[in-house]
Design a protein around this ligand. Structure first.
Ligand SMILES: *[C@@H]1O[C@H](CO)[C@@H](O)[C@H](O)[C@H]1NC(C)=O
Ligand SMILES: *[C@@H]1O[C@H](CO)[C@@H](O)[C@H](O)[C@H]1NC(C)=O
Ligand SMILES: *[C@@H]1O[C@H](CO)[C@@H](O)[C@H](O)[C@H]1NC(C)=O
Length: 183
C-alpha cells in the first residue's frame, strides 16, 4: 500500500517537474527581448522538420515590442538561390509576461510560445506548442545574439530539448548562412 502511494507521489512530482520546465521564465523583459537574433538551433520531432532538417541553414529573427505589449516577429532566411524567405507574425501577449500566442495563416496552426530561459544579451530558449487539428507538436529554438554560441550553451539547449521529449537526432545546430538584408 505504502509503495503504491509513494509511486503515485513520484509520478505527480515528476509531472510537476516536467511541466515547470516548460513554463515561461519569471524575470522576462520585453524590451530586452527585442532586436535581432540568430536562429542557432532547432529541435522538434515534427515531420516537416525531420524531412527538411538536412537542408536547413541559420536564419535571423527580428523581434519588436509593440505599444500594447505584443511582440512583432519577423523571420528571414536566405534560400539556396540567394532569394530571401520572410515570415511575419504578431504574437499576442498573455497574462504571463514571457508567453505569447498567435495563429499562423501560412501553416494553419495555433502557436503557444514561451520564452523559458534567456540572457538577453546572449541567448534565449523559445519553446512553442504548435497545434493543428487537435494535434500538438513541440518546437524548441535556440536564439543567439551572435551567429556563434559557446559549446556550453549548445549542450544546455540539447539537454533542455531532450527533457521536452525531442529525439537527439532531431536537435540540430544549423550551419551558418549568408544574411538577408533587413527589410
Ligand atoms: C529561389 O528558391 C526559392 C525556395 O526554393 C523559390 O521559392 C524561389 O522561387 C526561387 N527563386 C528564383 C528566382 O529562382
Ligand atoms: C490577438 O489579438 C487580436 C486583437 O486583440 C485578436 O483579434 C486575435 O484573435 C488575437 N489572436 C490570438 C491568437 O489570440
Ligand atoms: C558577440 O560577438 C562580439 C563580436 O565578436 C563580441 O564582442 C561579444 O562579446 C559577443 N557577445 C557574446 C554575448 O558572446
Amino acid at each position: 500500500m505504502m509503495s503504491v502511494v509513494l509511486k503515485m507521489m513520484c509520478v505527480l512530482l515528476f509531472a510537476v517537474f516536467v511541466s515547470a520546465e516548460h513554463m515561461p521564465m519569471t524575470d522576462f523583459d520585453l524590451e530586452k527581448m527585442g532586436g535581432k537574433w540568430y536562429i542557432i538551433g532547432m529541435a522538434t520531432n515534427a515531420e516537416w522538420f525531420v524531412s527538411n532538417k538536412a537542408n536547413m541553414k541559420m536564419g535571423t529573427a527580428m523581434l519588436v515590442s509593440t505599444e500594447d505589449g505584443d511582440l512583432d516577429l519577423t523571420y528571414t532566411n536566405m534560400n539556396e538561390n540567394g532569394s530571401c524567405w520572410r515570415m511575419n507574425h504578431l504574437a499576442n501577449k498573455t497574462e504571463s509576461p514571457a508567453r505569447f500566442v498567435f495563429t499562423s495563416q501560412r501553416w494553419g496552426n495555433d502557436n503557444d510560445m514561451r520564452v523559458v530561459d534567456a540572457r538577453f544579451d546572449e541567448y534565449a530558449f523559445i519553446h512553442t506548442i504548435k497545434t493543428k487539428g487537435g494535434v500538438s507538436e513541440l518546437f524548441n529554438v535556440l536564439y543567439g545574439r551572435n551567429s556563434t554560441v559557446t559549446e556550453d550553451l549548445v549542450e544546455k539547449f540539447k539537454t533542455f530539448s531532450l527533457d521536452t521529449g525531442i529525439l537527439e537526432e532531431n536537435i540540430v545546430i544549423l550551419p551558418p548562412n549568408e544574411e538577408c538584408p533587413s527589410a
